[in-house]
Ligand binder design. Structure first.
Ligand code: KG4
Ligand code: ZN
Length: 343
């Protein structure tokens, strides 16, 4: 059976086709709205919703053409029900429900973060349940114990800013463009280590929670001090970016490995946009190898939002015995704790 997946929770429209029989992704098509939101320094929800409307049909056509399959072969339509921007979610949800109604097939509403944490299962060497997942996106920073599909226990989470949000806000105060995370990471690659040492928030808290909002303030104070009323030069900026990235990466790495150890497991999955960060990957790989922990990442193209992870999550939910919903009435869930999920 073919599962069609539709993602529209924020600023990416994604459509994908997953074949449950073959257990593989057949095609996925993606449009990112980054260029459109750049002028505003961040995602404008109303523009995001309108753009999803424009993109979803052409993307579906492209995914179908790339897969060589037809709509008649689609057996279920999975879509992101939440969390995310209400208007953006409504576009994907109403399109998915309407299409499924027309095709006479059921729908599978999917939790966006479930898509992220299952996304490494799309790679050639996937993890096996149970594992610990570090979810690091623009809206979330959570450590979860993943026992199986729909069986997620929250181990720890951020008390304030998400890791991606901290990257984005710090990038903004350093005058970098949107999206800030990748720009800050690129700048940090040119920074020198140990020029500045920023605090490692909650590293010694004894639990698996995080707090990142103080880091951007620390960067701001340091930036003002260094600039002395003028502007920072390129090297000073890069050194600050490096200090920020080193602090956030160290906390994420140490707490993730502590979570794996406390759960008595050997596998760590890293998912969400910040999972694309090279330094995070370098540090995790080095420290995990010493601790005999295997780390699994989604393919780079599936780190940020995409339809493939939603099609996969929908397909795996159905395989795990979840009952597909009759197409028609629906509601989106802009706020939705992942630990509430069952199969
Ligand atoms: O998962 P995602 O695409 O969307 C959400 O569901 O939030 O994550 C986007 C977040 C943004 O905050 C972005 O700045 C961050 O991931 N990000 C990065 C990198 N690439 C994306 N942060 C740090 N380093 C990167 N290379
Ligand atoms: Zn996401």
């Amino acid at each position: 059976m073919l599962v069609l997946g539709i993602e529209s929770s924020c600023d990416e429209t994604g459509v994908a086709l997953y074949a449950t029989g073959e257990g593989c992704l057949l095609a996925h098509a993606l449009h990112t709205q980054v260029a459109m939101h750049r002028d505003y320094g961040g995602v404008v929800p109303e523009l995001a919703s309108r753009d999803h409307i424009r993109r979803v049909v052409p993307l579906l056509r492209r995914a179908l053409a790339d897969s060589g399959r037809s709509l008649a072969e689609v057996g279920a339509v999975a879509y992101t029900q939440g969390p995310g921007l209400a208007g953006a979610l409504l576009v994907g949800a109403s399109f998915a429900e309407a299409l499924a109604t027309a095709l006479g097939v059921p729908t599978v509403p999917v939790h966006h973060l479930e898509g992220h944490l299952l996304s490494p299962l799309l790679s050639k060497t996937p993890p096996r349940f149970p594992f610990v997942a570090l979810l690091v996106s623009g809206g979330h920073t959570q450590l979860m114990r993943v026992a199986g599909i729909g069986d997620y226990a929250l181990l720890g989470e951020t008390l304030d800013d998400a890791a991606g949000e901290a990257f984005d806000k710090t990038a903004k105060l350093l005058g970098l463009g949107y999206p800030g995370g990748p720009a800050l990471a690129a700048l940090a690659e040119r920074g020198r280590p140990d020029v500045h040492r920023l605090p490692r928030p909650m590293l010694g808290s004894g639990d698996l929670d995080f707090s990142f909002s103080g880091l951007k303030t620390a960067v701001l104070v340091l930036a003002r001090e260094l600039a002395g009323g003028g502007a920072l030069d390129a090297q000073q900026q890069a050194d600050l970016a490096r200090a920020f990235q080193d602090a956030i990466v160290e906390v994420l790495v140490r707490k993730s490995l502590r979570a794996v150890k406390e759960c008595g497991l050997q596998q760590l999955v890293v998912a969400g946009g910040v999972g694309a960060n090279r330094e995070l990957r370098r540090q995790l790989d080095a420290r995990a190898a010493r601790a005999r922990v295997s780390v699994f990442y989604p393919e780079l193209e599936f780190c940020t939002d995409n339809g493939a992870m939603i099609a996969l999550a929908g397909a795996l939910r159905l395989q795990a015995g979840a009952t597909a919903k009759p197409a028609g009435a629906f509601a989106v869930r802009p706020r939705w704790p992942l630990a509430e999920l069952t199969v």
